[in-house]
Ligand binder design. Structure first.
Ligand SMILES: [Zn+2]
Length: 248
């Protein structure tokens, strides 16, 4: 039985993977989370967290105020949350080459190539922190990054803009689509998936139309919005299963 956690800026989602079936344990505030206090039996744990890892070391957490207590003697893997979402995307869509984007507080990016997570020197992806113009200050310390325009913290009233659909008419959404198109040209993924509290509620047909217009026809991938708020926690558990498998 493998515990899967998604430690985000506000909430921590908890699932348990037991013989290929997921049990949802729910969500608690990250500020109140402590792994020692969790009354769930588990053999290993996969933790997806909104942190940048370079060569396995945490280097920055632009959207996380404080990292909760996550020490344990059980086998554990710690991975960037968007990379866990990418792993979940590849496993649930059955695709081997995936570009996965989470849009919640910030923008996270995960890349799967030939069924394996691609991390470069650790930080590969991070499309949210590419320069798109202007002088808006980013949470990472930079300026003019995509996340300064299209993210939960930048949009502010994202929930109502999704409900009245005004989000699709914004310059920010166009900037986002341009950035996705550029990433498609670089990676030639079979599928692009969207998740997170905002990304998981975007309109799949509009994304497909807007982004496909920006890439040559032969590059056009599938587009899938994954409406599962536990996708990162599930991906973390799957990753722990596959990486740690033989150790417990
Ligand atoms: Zn940035």
């Amino acid at each position: 039985m493998i515990l899967g956690l998604d430690i985000g800026g506000t909430n921590t989602d908890i699932v348990l993977l037991d013989k290929n079936e997921f049990k949802i344990f729910g969500t608690i505030k990250t500020k109140d989370f402590d792994l020692r206090e969790l009354e769930i039996d588990y053999e290993a744990v996969g933790i997806g967290i909104a942190v940048w890892f370079k060569r396995g070391k945490m280097v920055l957490a632009p959207n996380l105020e404080k990292i909760p207590f996550i020490e344990t003697e059980k086998p554990k893997i710690l991975e960037n949350d968007a990379k866990c979402f990418a792993y979940f995307s590849a496993n649930t869509t059955g695709k081997k080459n995936v570009l996965a984007l989470t849009i919640g507080t910030g923008i996270g990016t995960g890349i799967v190539i030939k069924g394996e997570l691609y991390k470069g020197d650790g930080l590969a992806g991070e499309m949210g922190h590419t320069f798109v113009g202007g002088r808006r200050k980013c949470k990472c310390g930079g300026y003019g990054h995509l996340e300064c325009y299209f993210s939960g913290w930048a949009i502010g009233d994202a929930k109502s803009r999704l409900e009245d659909r005004s989000i699709y008419g914004t310059r920010s959404f166009k900037l986002f689509c341009k950035s996705v198109a550029a990433a498609i040209m670089l990676l030639n993924p079979e599928i692009v998936t969207f998740g997170g509290r905002i990304g998981g509620r975007l309109d799949e047909l509009i994304l497909k139309k807007e982004i496909s217009n920006l890439v040559p026809k032969v590059f056009e991938p599938e587009f899938r919005v994954i409406r599962d708020d536990f996708a990162v926690a599930k991906g973390a558990a799957m990753l722990a299963r596959d990486v740690l498998g033989k150790r417990f």
